[in-house]
Design a protein around this ligand. Structure first.
Ligand code: SF4
Length: 182
């Protein structure tokens, strides 16, 4: 079972998540080096890659998801942003996802991919997501052409499902510690 505790550092609370064998950890695929971003690149994070390796060795199941690819979008693909609200608004039909250049509506693909990724990550107690993405961004994402408070579509779905979510940036900043058994 995941145990979480808050430890007060000199400036901010540090969240600690301790895994037990058999628990599940979901991670945005691009952080593990998969070349699945809209521009055909990855966002490989050495810290996340090392953490995933440690967790796997300790018997934690690492679930790797790219919701945009799971939604049927290709690589490369046009960049996209939320319009009219964040991922929560998109899930309830109050916002859309549009491609940056042509304004094509790709909301259905984003919703489909988020649902598939959420299903694959079912039971995960922690998700490490790529910051600021219209799918994976947590707490901040691009809305109407500018960074704004809000969650991406997958992040919103996972938050609503009760999954503890964080980003690569929180991990890199030391605001989250993940401890694997062993
Ligand atoms: S949808 Fe998420 S996992 Fe896929 S490339 Fe974008 S940030 Fe990475």
């Amino acid at each position: 079972m995941v145990r979480e505790e808050q430890r007060r550092g000199p400036r901010a609370a540090i969240r600690i998540v301790r895994f037990a064998p058999g628990e599940r950890l979901a991670i945005s695929a691009c952080l593990l080096g998969e070349t699945c971003r809209y521009d055909g690149a990855s966002k490989a994070s050495p810290g996340v890659i090392a953490l995933a390796a440690d967790c796997r060795r300790a018997g934690v199941e690492v679930v790797v998801v790219c919701p945009e690819v799971l939604g049927g979008l290709g690589v490369p693909r046009p960049g996209a942003h939320l319009a009219g609200g964040d991922g929560h608004a998109a899930l309830s039909g109050r916002a859309r996802v549009l491609t940056a250049e042509q304004g094509l509506d790709v909301t259905a693909a984003f919703l489909r991919g988020a649902a598939r990724a959420s299903e694959l990550a079912r039971g995960a107690r922690l998700a490490i997501l790529k910051a600021r993405s219209p799918s994976c961004g947590l707490g901040q994402t691009e809305i109407d052409g500018a960074l704004a408070p809000g969650d991406g579509v997958l992040a919103a779905l996972l938050v609503q499902a009760g999954v503890v979510c964080t980003t690569d940036e929180e991990l890199a900043a030391g605001r989250l510690q993940v401890e694997c058994p062993g």
